[in-house]
Design a protein around this ligand. Structure first.
Ligand code: C2O
Length: 506
């Protein structure tokens, strides 16, 4: 019922909607690149045509063209975001998407005095498309970003909105391309109440870790003396070669006295490889699992999958070393098709993909040892087919084929439950005994620990084609991605709807 027009901003405008609203977002492509927009974390039940990843669910919107995304916010409330889902354009094209609870439905925690959105980003001084194109030509890793931004600013900014004694909710979004991030505020506890638009059992922490694609709502209490308190945003990377040490800074200011008379309380970011700080945060996350918001964890598993994820090296005649970095899942480096998988599936167009994605890695090997096995990957556009409503357990196992590294994996079209996590090689006999099937946290993006594994479960109750990929954009570019194809069900509301009339053509 409301129409709003937005022009370019960085980050983009915050969209505020309510649970059960239908959003119609008309995107007019005014840039020189092909474009598509993904509504990260929105379930898109039966509306895969509006999900957005280019060549997975749609052909791009070409320069000068328009497309209206049309979807309903069913059964979800919280902080999510939208971003371009083609090339590296999400570096600058992203913004917050906030879903308020239905009218009259309170938060399951005391209402904060005010709410603020904090979008964390990454900035390159040069054109990001030039950065990634150069890297793809050379076969080597791209340049790291020059700055971390907070609501678009790289340096010291002040949040003026706090007044003493009150509680504020911060809706924090990691929209960075390639960096997992630590976030902390000097002298303030952060009470975590929600992640990825799902409520969690509230807990206090000094530092949160947030991966690209993740969102976290925290409540802070302005209960110190009047002053300025430093906010730090710094990279977390548990890999042998940490490269980026740039810290983004902001400050929270209490407005009880004149700012120039206030001193700033400082705080230091954790070291870049502070895995224990990250674990202290992720290990305590639990679904709220209340009467109103029960955790519907699948107790039985129809499809049990093991995906080995990591980097590899493939031959490349034109590259500087004669080889290029690639990434793979079960040794398959995903190749993007020329038309969208969803269209090919819906219209029965053959030759676009094969439905034979391997359920397990090719040969059993020591994933986390330093063996150089299967370093060369195969290539293909392969999807894994699931019947409607099948339950899936997916173990994502990091490999050390080149080097162990954290991988924040994002699944489109679903939330999943994080039922287990461990270091070393996953053991299918003993590890499931320790799974949490009662109140595991529910998310849409989860970090696969460096040299370890994580187990997730979900119910395939959304027909369509759904992308699964590492949300570190460089890894996606290198091929760390695949897709699930969920078939239509037999019931009246269990099949994909028709594509919209203005659906972009390739
Ligand atoms: Cu936020 Cu497929 O991405």
């Amino acid at each position: 019922s409301r129409v709003r027009h937005y022009k370019f901003n960085y980050p983009g405008p915050t969209i505020v909607a309510r649970e059960d609203d239908t959003l119609l977002v008309k995107v007019v492509n005014h840039v020189k690149y092909n474009l598509s927009i993904h509504w990260h974390g929105i379930r898109q039940i039966r509306t895969g045509w509006s999900d957005g990843p280019a060549y997975i669910t749609q052909c791009p919107i070409q320069p000068g063209q328009t497309y209206t995304y049309n979807f309903t916010l069913t059964g979800q409330r919280g902080t999510l975001f939208y971003h371009a889902h083609i090339l590296w354009l999400r570096a600058t094209l992203h913004g917050a998407l906030i879903i308020l609870p239905k009218l009259g439905v309170p938060y399951p925690f005391p209402k904060p005095h005010k709410e603020n959105v904090l979008v964390l980003g990454e900035w390159w001084k040069s054109d990001v498309e030039a950065v990634i194109n150069e890297a793809m030509k050379s076969g080597l890793a791209p340049n790291v970003s020059d700055a971390h931004t907070i609501n678009g600013y790289p340096g010291l900014i002040h949040k003026n909105c706090n007044s003493q004694g009150k509680k504020y909710m911060l809706r924090i979004i990691n929209a960075a391309l390639n960096e997992e991030l630590f976030f902390k505020i000097a002298n303030h506890h952060l009470t975590v109440v929600e992640v990825d638009a799902t409520y969690v059992k509230p807990f206090k922490t000094d530092t949160i870790v947030i991966s690209p694609g993740q969102t976290t709502n925290v409540i802070i209490e302005a209960n110190n003396k009047a002053g300025k308190y430093l906010v730090v945003v710094s990279p977390f990377m548990d890999a042998p070669v940490p490269v980026d040490n740039v810290t983004g800074l902001a400050a929270v200011r209490y407005t009880t006295s004149h700012p120039t008379t206030l001193s700033t309380t400082l705080t230091a970011p954790p070291p870049i490889n502070a895995t224990e700080v990250a674990d202290n945060f992720t290990n305590v996350l639990r679904a709220l699992n209340s009467k109103e918001y029960p955790a519907k964890v699948p107790q039985q598993v129809d499809h049990s999958l093991l995906f080995a994820v990591g980097l590899g090296v493939n031959p490349c005649k034109t590259c500087v070393n004669g080889s290029r970095l690639v990434a793979s899942i079960n040794n398959v480096t995903f190749v993007m098709p020329n038309i969208s998988l969803l269209q090919a599936h819906y219209s029965n167009i053959s030759g676009v993909f094969t439905a034979d994605f391997p359920a397990k890695p090719p040969t059993p090997f020591n994933y986390t040892g330093n063996q150089v096995t299967n370093l060369n990957t195969t290539t293909g556009t392969r999807v894994y087919k699931l019947p409607y409503n099948a339950t899936v357990q997916l173990v994502l196992q990091d490999t050390a084929m080149i080097a162990p590294e954290n991988h924040p994996f994002h699944l489109h079209g679903f939330n999943f439950f994080v039922v287990g996590k461990g270091l070393g090689n996953y053991n299918p006999k003993t590890d499931p005994k320790n799974f949490n099937l009662v109140d595991p946290v529910e998310r849409n993006t989860i970090g696969v620990p460096s040299g370890g594994w994580v187990a997730i479960r979900f119910r395939a109750d959304n027909p369509g084609v759904w992308f699964l990929h590492c949300h570190l954009e460089i890894h996606t570019t290198w091929g760390l991605k695949m897709a699930f194809l969920v078939e239509n069900g037999k019931g009246p509301n269990e099949s994909l709807i028709k594509p919209p009339r203005d659906f972009p053509k390739c």
